[in-house]
Design a protein around this ligand. Structure first.
Ligand code: GH3
Ligand code: MG
Ligand code: MG
Ligand code: MG
Length: 299
């Protein structure tokens, strides 16, 4: 059976425990070692790919309890499952550990087979959570990111950006006369057209740092972090050309014989204001692009 490899952080101040646990797990997983609570926190902060932590409680310096409290206090690490593996074997100790948010509690001396099985159980939850996270952020028709993921990315980028990172730009892309397209060619062909547009937007002229999502219906959104208006506007123009180049026939468009898009954009470096104000500004420009005749970019 193919087992997906995961990254497991083993934290214990005693060498023999680190050795036993690594040997137990490294056949199927990548094991990372920390000799203290402090080192454990450094490791997870440096390595966002850690899937599960086996954590000793009694250690000189920072205790396992302290480590878990710190992990739970940070958005980046609060969901990483932690299994305490400890010589503190009273039910009260176990209750304290679970109450802190540990996923599981194993007492020393541990039984290797039990450790392995409990680890695999929790890794199954890790895989399920990853699948759910992916699905929750994906649009099922076009298979690009959806509005929910966009809102997350916008908020994150907006929070990260600040003095010196330059302005951020956003573009809203709306298919022209798409109701007429559906009415004439049918909803199924409409779906195909939306897929093609999504592909042109996400695989086209944009750079790695840019982000594309389906915003809803026949509307898409692109985020250009650290990009001033001129550059973003140029990118939006190439997006508009990329869609026109698909040459999807549209006999009932008043603007061209093929499918076109209108794009409204906005740029800001006022990171004190809310991120969605930028979206509203872009939406206003989109409205104007429609009013001025469609098949154009307005910033
Ligand atoms: P405008 O040029 O002003 O943007 O006109 P429009 O017809 O594109 O705009 P309107 O908002 O009137 O119509 C949008 C259409 O997009 C109507 C709706 O049925 C269609 N649509 C939205 N989502 C989907 C979808 O998932 N599949 C298909 N086939 N059509 C969709
Ligand atoms: Mg110890
Ligand atoms: Mg629309
Ligand atoms: Mg439209």
């Amino acid at each position: 059976m193919m087992v997906e490899r995961h990254r497991i952080l083993v934290v214990d101040d005693e060498r023999i425990n680190r050795k036993l646990l690594s040997e137990l797990l490294e056949e199927h997983h990548d094991v990372v070692i920390a000799k203290s609570g402090e080192q454990a926190l450094e490791r997870v902060q440096a390595d966002s790919a850690v899937d599960l932590i086996l954590l000793d409680v009694v250690m000189p310096g920072m205790s396992g309890h302290d480590v878990l409290r710190r992990l739970k206090a940070s958005d980046a690490t609060k969901d990483v499952p932690v299994i305490f593996i400890t010589s503190l074997n009273s039910v009260d100790d176990e209750e304290i550990g679970l109450d802190l948010g540990a996923a599981d509690y194993i007492t020393k001396p541990f039984h290797p087979g039990i450790v392995r099985l409990r680890v695999e159980n929790h890794l199954r939850f890790v895989r399920q959570r990853k699948i759910l996270e992916t699905l929750a952020g994906r649009d099922c028709l076009t298979e690009i990111d959806n509005r929910r993921r966009f809102e997350e990315v916008l908020e994150r980028e907006w929070r990260r950006a600040g003095r010196g990172s330059g302005p951020m730009s956003v573009a809203i892309i709306d298919v022209d006369y798409f109701k007429q397209y559906n009415d004439h060619y049918g909803h199924a062909r409409g779906d195909q057209a939306l897929k093609a547009v999504a592909k042109a937007l996400s695989g086209g002229p944009n750079r790695a740092s840019d982000f594309v999502a389906r915003y809803g219906g026949e509307e898409f959104v692109m985020l250009f972090p650290g990009t001033p208006a001129d550059g973003a506007r140029e990118l939006a123009e190439s997006v508009r050309h990329a869609v026109a180049s698909l040459a999807i026939p549209h006999a009932h468009s008043a603007v061209a014989p093929h499918l076109t898009v209108s794009i409204g954009g906005a740029t800001s470096d006022d990171y004190q204001s809310p991120g969605h104000a930028l979206i509203e500004a872009a939406d206003t420009m989109l409205y104007r692009a429609k009013a001025e005749g469609r098949n154009r970019v307005l910033w």
